[in-house]
Design a binder for this molecule. Structure first.
Ligand code: ADP
Length: 523
């Protein structure tokens, strides 16, 4: 016998209806290069409806990919709503990636049109100029001073919005249809696309509202510092819509002093970012009134104990850790204090909060295999990658995601991350591929072999360390090697430490043994 309940789809259009009907009076505040823009959710939703009509006018087909290069801004939120709600797929792009990677991703996703913040044009234009498959490039004027290129494909966001006469055509969306697309970067091989569905986005937003997750409510003022091009800003804009929170968006104003100013002035209650951001704000904590903050989430990497203590001392609350991946929407676990922690003192409670914590409702985690790999399962976890590049090795026979992290789970389900099997270095929240970096180092004529490992770094979380073996008779000049890399990889990939060795230790199967290598260089 089947249940007899309504099949109301979980979709982005539903989120939009809710925020405009119930929370139209609440606010979205965006910092721009020249000041601040304040709008109500009613205005944002109305503009998103016009934007859907613009996509019709531009001829973006059903399920067509709409790429964005944008800061955290009101217009980006409008795209978050209009693109999926009108049956298209939002593809957020990270402008910090290497040009070749961006080119590959735009081609792989087959982006039909692109929306670009004006301040990002100087970075993005030289790349997209040559991509003839992108039919239109819509510039969002964020006060950036970049000149507009002379190209017939260029249009202005506000100009297009002002010309709308007809409402958007109604879209028929199944909750399992694709809503947005985000590429993971830095893994060995090409970046891989993760294709979120309407259903996974709505469920993930609902999970963030949970009292034992972020407990986001109507009373909150949510400020996502995590970029909107990175896993939908951890789903925070959608959670804010569902709850009816005010949203504060830092735009390009991401310098520590600017972030502190926004947290303080707008009485922000909840914020999320990677540890590198929180470390950057640390010296300014004493001088600011951050008493409105009730939860500060530090995700995407480990939370150092000293940093969390500095936040407790300077801002009155410790950092809360969360674990996730692009493949998992991203939040899967979130630290929290349960009844079993009731007897703990402040230091011990802070220690609990700086670890990833237990899985959110509806998600499951387990440790499997010889290496103790963390695996994840649930309706907000990817089942496959987009396009042909997806590697089946990332999924188990019973359909769980292999995360490439090594962890342990205690009897209450609390996760601890111990190591990583994937060949990556995470610097300032962004990935560096060790393999790609090794290949570029080995392209230098004096280098015989090279292996890159991650070393802990106070400021960036991790930095790459290069171990190089010279060709017999050759000498390795560090400065020369860095100059060689300068033209081949992004500047922030270039290793600060280079160690010259006689040999790179190998495993039984002939691969670089990074464990032995760590021992050799004294890590
Ligand atoms: P995000 O940066 O949003 O977490 P990515 O897909 O770029 O998403 O990175 C996911 C990886 O980052 C994880 O597989 C893990 O290696 C690392 N990571 C994420 N959260 C944590 C955490 N809380 N502690 C330690 N490592 C983490």
């Amino acid at each position: 016998m089947r249940g007899l309940m309504q099949q109301s789809p979980l979709d982005v259009a539903g989120l939009m209806r809710r925020v405009e009907r119930l929370f139209g009076h609440k606010r979205v505040i965006t910092a721009t290069a020249t000041g601040e823009v304040v709008a109500t959710w009613a205005e944002v939703a109305a503009r998103a409806r016009r934007l859907a009509a613009v996509l019709d006018t531009l001829g973006v087909p059903d399920q067509g990919r709409v790429g964005t290069f944008g800061w955290n801004s009101q217009r980006h939120v409008e795209l978050y709503l209009a693109v999926p709600a009108s049956g298209r797929v939002l593809h957020t792009l990270n402008h910090r990636l290497f040009a070749e990677e961006i080119t590959h991703i735009i081609r792989d996703a087959a982006d039909d049109v692109l929306f670009v913040d004006r301040s990002l044009l100087p970075r993005v234009w030289p790349i997209v100029e040559r991509l003839a498959t992108v039919r239109r490039i819509v510039v969002m004027d964020d006060g950036g001073r970049a000149d507009l290129p002379d190209d017939p494909r260029i249009a202005d966001y506000e100009d297009l919005l002002s010309r709308v006469r007809e409402p958007a055509r109604p879209a028929v969306v199944d909750e399992n249809d694709a809503a947005s697309l985000c590429y993971t970067s830095g893994t060995t091989g090409r970046p891989k696309g993760v294709l979120y569905s309407h259903r996974s986005i709505v469920l993930h937003a609902l999970m963030l509202l949970g009292a034992d997750t972020f407990a986001i409510s109507e009373r909150d003022v949510v400020m996502p510092i995590v970029p909107m091009f990175h896993v939908n800003a951890w789903g925070l804009p959608y959670a804010a819509m569902l709850a009816g929170s005010d949203l504060v968006l830092p735009g390009p104003a991401t310098a520590p002093a600017e972030l502190i100013d926004q947290l303080e002035r707008h009485r922000v209650t909840f914020s999320g970012a990677v540890a590198t951001v929180w470390r950057g704000l640390q010296p300014l904590l004493g001088a600011a009134d951050l008493s409105s903050l009730r939860m500060v989430v530090s995700g995407g990497g480990a939370v150092p104990g000293a940093l969390s203590k500095a936040w407790q001392d300077g801002a009155g609350l410790p950092l809360t850790n969360a674990w996730g991946m692009t493949e998992t929407s991203p939040v899967v676990t979130c630290a929290r204090l349960a009844t079993v922690h009731d007897g703990l003192d402040a230091d011990a409670r802070r220690e609990v909060l700086r670890r990833p914590g237990p899985p959110l409702p509806l998600t499951e985690i387990r440790i499997a295999g010889d290496e103790g790999e963390l695996q994840a399962y649930g309706p907000t976890v990817a089942a496959a990658y987009y396009g042909a590049e997806g590697s089946p090795a990332s999924f188990t026979a019973d359909g769980w995601l292999r995360t490439g992290d090594v962890g342990a789970i205690d009897r209450y389900g609390y996760l601890e991350i111990l190591d990583r099997t994937k060949d990556l270095v995470k610097s300032g929240g962004e990935w560096i591929s060790s393999v790609q970096l090794e290949n570029e180092i080995m392209a230098h004529p004096a280098v015989y072999e090279a292996a890159v490992i991650a070393v802990a770094d106070e400021r960036w979380g991790e930095r790459p360390l290069a171990c190089v073996v010279p060709v017999p008779g050759a000498e390795i000049d560090e400065r020369d090697l860095r100059a060689h890399l300068a033209g081949r990889v992004a500047s922030w990939w270039i290793p600060g430490r280079i160690v010259v060795l006689d040999e790179i230790p190998k495993t039984a199967t002939g691969k670089f043994s990074k464990v032995s290598l760590r021992g050799m260089v004294g890590l």
